[in-house]
Design a binder for this molecule. Structure first.
Ligand SMILES: Nc1nc2c(ncn2[C@@H]2O[C@H](COP(=O)(O)OP(=O)(O)OP(=O)(O)O)[C@@H](O)[C@H]2O)c(=O)[nH]1
Length: 305
């Protein structure tokens, strides 16, 4: 037997007020018709001052237009539309300061309503605070792209940035250079001073690369004692200058790890730039790696492609 409970108007009002997340009724022209719920100021600001106003009255034009486009898309498609966006109470004219001080990440669930208000189609827009989830996602993404030992970008991030650089070169002709670095006699540091000191040496080299790179360059540890510097907007001449500038500070950093048998640890560097005929970032890597191999062989420490 089906039991249906009938709420009276007062109970329905209480139910709407108690919705954990704010639920806005918004018209096709962008007017806030009503707002329910979202009363917990640990998560939300009171949205009631918005009622009767339009998106364009409370937001900068670009944001208002973006939200209007979402409302119209939900109405056009006749179904649920889910959007994610970041908003601070300072971005919304008329909202009080009582509520989270930091900008909030929202998941907006936008659903057409089966009635009109003053002749206009309307949607229900439930705005859920997903800041915590976004922060976790961001942290996981950062972890998955970072070399744990040195804090530099790892191989995964390097590959993604290399691909982006290659595409900028192929499409817009923006030069890009790559420096490949491999330490010399690093194994001796491990063998003579221990693995912990080896780790410290890798961190010291990473710090030199971080200090030497330009803001747009990416310093990465590719594994073991191999590093890379990916340099957008950089040609072969500048790459050569950067490689030569790097050798002395890396050697100085490694001098702190004195080896008992004379020759100290050092670094070899090869470099290359994107060239006509390259079909992907892999071609750049191959040339930089071949140049590194020659530098190693010559023990000349640095070599162009
Ligand atoms: N401490 C430490 N050692 C590592 C790590 N990853 C790899 N290694 C060691 O790094 C060493 C790299 O070996 P090689 O490339 O032969 O080192 P190398 O003595 O510089 O050799 P050349 O490049 O030929 O001069 C190996 O002994 C690895 O065990 C790490 O995360 N920490």
């Amino acid at each position: 037997m089906r039991v249906s409970i009938r709420f009276d108007a007062e109970q329905l009002q209480a139910l709407l007020r108690s919705l954990p997340d704010p639920a806005f009724v918004l018209s096709a022209s962008g007017r806030y018709v009503a707002v329910f719920g979202g009363a917990d100021t640990r998560y939300y600001h009171d949205g009631s001052p918005l009622v009767g106003r339009t998106l364009h009255e409370v937001l900068v034009p670009a944001r208002a237009e973006a939200f209007l486009a979402d409302i119209r898309a939900a109405l056009r498609d006749g179904g649920l539309r889910i959007v994610e966006y970041e908003l601070s109470n300072r971005d919304v004219r008329g909202l009080s300061d009582v509520g989270p001080a930091e900008p909030i990440w929202f998941e907006g669930r936008v659903m057409p309503l089966p009635f009109t208000v003053e002749g206009e189609a309307v949607v229900l827009w439930v705005a859920s605070n997903i800041t915590h989830r976004r922060q976790l996602q961001e942290r996981l993404r950062a972890l998955s792209e970072t070399d744990e030992l040195t804090g530099l970008a790892n191989r995964r991030r390097f590959r993604a940035e290399l691909q982006a650089c290659y595409e900028a070169w192929a499409r817009y002709g923006q030069p890009v250079a790559l420096l490949y670095l491999d330490l010399d006699r690093f194994k001796a540091i491990n063998d003579q001073l221990g693995h912990e000191r080896g780790d410290e040496a890798l961190r010291a080299v990473a710090a030199v690369l971080e200090g030497a790179r330009r803001r747009t360059d990416l310093a990465a540890r590719l594994g073991g004692d191999e590093f890379a510097l990916l340099c957008p907007h950089t040609g072969l001449g500048e790459a050569a200058a950067l490689a030569r500038r790097l050798v002395a500070p890396v050697r100085r950093a490694l001098a702190a790890f004195a080896l008992g048998d004379g020759e100290p640890a050092s670094v070899s560097i090869g470099w290359a730039e994107c060239e006509p005929g390259d079909r992907g970032g892999g071609d750049l890597v191959r040339r930089a790696d071949a140049a590194l191999y020659r530098a190693k062989g010559a023990r000349g420490r640095t070599a162009p492609a």
